[in-house]
Write a protein that binds this ligand. Structure first.
Ligand SMILES: Nc1ncnc2c1ncn2[C@@H]1O[C@H](COP(=O)(O)OP(=O)(O)OP(=O)(O)O)[C@@H](O)[C@H]1O
Ligand SMILES: [Mg+2]
Length: 343
């Protein structure tokens, strides 16, 4: 990605209040051209609501949405929404397709609705069905499809008109590992074709694997948005997983290791005497990571694996941000109740 990324969508002070809840609270978010931006957050955090606001399925209580068109960011309004939203393909919440329809019928309908050139629709539908390896199913009824196959068709329905941006709400939820992987590969393939992808998920492993940046929302508030590396550096909390060739190594040299690398660690080593794997909590500084490895090898440890797992890292960063946000939210609620009582 360029050092100065181009913003393709900008959410400015976006707020959506329902009767009893502020689902999205002063959300400021920039989506960069060509990136995969993962959107994470607990149940009820405001992910789907944010996406519905982007799709103009809901009207914001406050705030604005800008979408790039003709080289400049343009404010989304009720007058220009059809024109601006043609740039985006949405898959929001599980679409219920007509079971008696075939992918060809469904995708043709979506392409027509989005104004794709009529004479090109047949070829486009065949092309995208081929991309997900479902060409032999193009004329089969959707009622006979597995969940993974239906989900692929759902994604295709969002991209049949060849939009530059895709907004996908939990495209991998409920799928088995093979289907998840297929969707992951498809998203990467689309990114390589130049698409920008904004996707929500609860699957941290999937996001860690494919996202260029992650945005974390909690109680409607954006609590983090950056690359995994930058979030790691900001939190100064990471851990290396080390696996040894022989279990005895850790028992014989365990205490000695503690002393050797203590100065590089933020917490004591976490190890289980019955396992060949142990964890070294450190601040994520790559220089220290290198030095730790050097010391361990110089001291004769037979290391067969030495990794900072991206998925583990994302999980611990996610949990840190969410628990901090839960605390702040509870304090805010307490104060609000006190004020109510006074009034
Ligand atoms: N139409 C609505 N009317 C009233 N409240 C709503 C409505 N839609 C969403 N909410 C509330 O807004 C909050 C955010 O919901 P939203 O569906 O955006 O969360 P989410 O992050 O997508 O959650 P999940 O991970 O469970 O899909 C929740 O408290 C939800 O109950
Ligand atoms: Mg949701």
């Amino acid at each position: 990605m360029d050092s100065k990324p181009e913003i393709i969508i900008e959410l400015k002070n976006l707020t959506k209040k329902f009767k009893f809840v502020t689902a999205v609270n002063d959300l400021n978010l920039e989506i960069y051209k060509g990136e995969i931006l993962g959107f994470l957050g607990p149940n009820g955090a405001g992910k789907t609501t944010s996406m519905k606001l982007m799709a103009s399925l809901l009207k914001p209580t406050e705030g604005e949405i800008f979408i790039r068109e003709n080289g400049k960011l343009q404010k989304l309004t009720s007058h220009n929404k059809d024109y601006l939203l043609d740039n985006i393909g949405f898959l929001i919440e599980n679409p219920e397709f007509y079971k008696d329809n075939t992918p060809r019928q469904l995708l043709t309908l979506f392409a027509k609705l989005k104004g794709y050139p009529r004479d090109k629709i047949n070829d486009r539908v065949a092309e995208i069905i081929h991309m997900v390896d479902l060409s032999q199913w193009i004329d089969q009824k959707l009622g006979t499809f597995s969940k993974g196959m239906r989900q692929k068709i759902g994604i295709l329905s969002a991209l049949v008109h060849d939009p530059v941006i895709l907004v996908l709400d939990e495209p991998q939820t409920g799928l088995d590992p093979k289907a998840r992987r297929e969707i992951r590969d498809l998203l990467l393939q689309l990114k390589n074709q130049g698409k920008t992808i904004f996707l929500s998920s609860h699957l941290l492993y999937e996001i860690a694997e494919i996202a260029d940046r992650v945005a974390i929302i909690s109680h409607g508030i954006l609590v983090a948005c950056d690359t995994l590396e930058n979030l790691e550096a900001q939190s100064k909390s990471s851990h290396i997983q080390v696996e040894l060739l022989n279990m005895n190594d850790i028992n014989e040299t365990g205490m000695q290791i503690d002393k050797l690398i203590q100065s590089f660690l933020t917490e004591p080593i976490r190890y289980n005497k019955d396992s060949r794997v142990f964890e070294l909590p450190f601040d994520g500084d790559p220089e220290k990571q290198y030095k730790i490895l050097q010391v361990l090898i110089q001291n004769g440890m037979k290391i067969i694996d030495f990794t900072v797992s991206k998925a583990d890292l994302l999980e611990s960063l996610y949990l840190q941000h969410i628990s901090q946000s839960d605390k702040t939210y509870k304090e805010f609620q307490k104060k609000a109740i006190k004020v109510e009582n006074i009034i």
